[in-house]
Design a protein around this ligand. Sequence first.
Ligand code: UD2
Length: 365
Amino acid sequence: MNLCNISSRTWTLVLLSALLLGVAYTYYTSGQYRSTFVEGGAEKTAPNSHSSMEKTKQSSGCQGEAVLKSQELHLVAPDHLQYKQPSILVGRTDVVTVTPWLAPVVWESTFDPLLLDSIYKPQNITIATTVFAVGKYIRFLRDYLNTAEQHFFVGFRVHYYVFTDQPNKVPTVKMADGRQLTVRQVPSSKRWQEISARRMELIQTLIEADLLGQVDYIFCLDVDSRFHGRWGTESLGPLVAVIHPGYYADQRSRFPYERRPESRAYVGPGEGDFYYCGGAFGGLVPEVRLLAKTCRLNFEADAKRGIEAAWQEESHLNRYMWINKPSKVLSPEYLWQDFKSRTPEIRIIRFSGVVKNYAEIRPNV
Ligand code: UD2
């Protein structure tokens, strides 16, 4: 063995170790952050849900061991829980239950409510919901709240945040234990487009001031709607979008995306996945904060150049969800419209927009 041989082996070892370290570092950093699309925005990256993981002891069957706890990545079922046997051969065949990026599409009979509730119950999660009831829309609030008490995350901690210009008209609704309501006063507006569009800004502010680190999930919903069936733990995920009931059978060329390239909400021909509704979206609080912030910044950048996207924040949300793929997609069962007759694939309507006379309830036409 000469000196020359030793040094070339040593060099090979050093180089291999450096290569391995490099690969490990790239893998680690790419897992830490989820890249996002913020045109004109300050933020380029966002914490991934992995970062909220904490090491903790919990009763997972691994008594005494430290295990990873995360609402999304480590689903712990109670020992000895009895439920229907799952199958990978028998299930719904009339609808698609997974997106091309492998996110579940939630339809009736694709999940086991007992199993899911049993997984999430011990986590003691809190779900915030935001709802805007400005001007004449205050009339929808009572039904919205009453039906939410019957169907929305029953048995879980829910905190309703009502944004209204008429706090004195917020109805008193009997709520189950662990559920509460907070009223936030907002200015009235002469344009419905402005009310609808400002929601993102107010949601972002609420999250940053009150919800981060306090609440687990948030759902932002339209007030002119009622719950008719279960909306629960099956809807939980880091970033959750709802398919709009009006367009799910259409070609994407027909989706009412913003089509002017000069808008930050632009989605071009041959682009886009589904058409999602602005009336319902949600997920983990940090993810929804990023969504709200991005949509608000892009909305404001458009406004500075005199552009208002075709469907205000719904257009910006669609653009966002195209780039930042939702981790769970809720079928139109989760936002139907009362005027639409039910189609065979809709086995249950869980939440549905009421029929309204736009000319009568909106401040402008
Ligand atoms: C669609 C969307 C809605 C929004 C809008 C375009 C669905 C089912 N609905 O609904 O989310 O994207 O198009 O901007 O996806 N509001 C008030 N006072 C008003 C007007 C609106 O409080 O005077 C609030 C209220 O919470 C209402 C929401 O804004 O639920 C959306 O407004 P909308 O219901 O008039 O819009 P709509 O039904 O066309």
